[in-house]
Design a protein around this ligand. Structure first.
Ligand SMILES: [Zn+2]
Length: 80
């Protein structure tokens, strides 16, 4: 009994590790898929500008493996 439950835990452990690795890879994938411009108006996104990282809206489409970037201007227009 104890051997059995131990092996289940071990399997579960491996599974979680595998999942975590998968999602880490997914994160990397998504980061490289980061678009260079706003989805709506096409204005340029400067990755090196810290203020851009804070003000731009990033939305992750996990299923499509895509990242959408919306500039603050379009974001405000959207909210209005
Ligand atoms: Zn825009």
């Amino acid at each position: 009994m104890s051997i059995g439950s131990r092996s289940i835990k071990r399997k579960l452990d491996l599974r979680i590790r595998k999942e975590a690795q998968k999602s880490l890879r997914k994160q990397e994938q998504l980061l490289t898929a980061l678009p260079a411009s706003c989805l709506k108006c096409g204005c340029e996104f400067n990755k090196n500008e810290q203020s851009n990282l804070d003000s731009w809206t990033v939305s992750v489409q996990y299923e499509q493996n895509e990242v959408e970037l919306i500039c603050p201007t379009c974001n405000e227009a959207n909210a209005a």
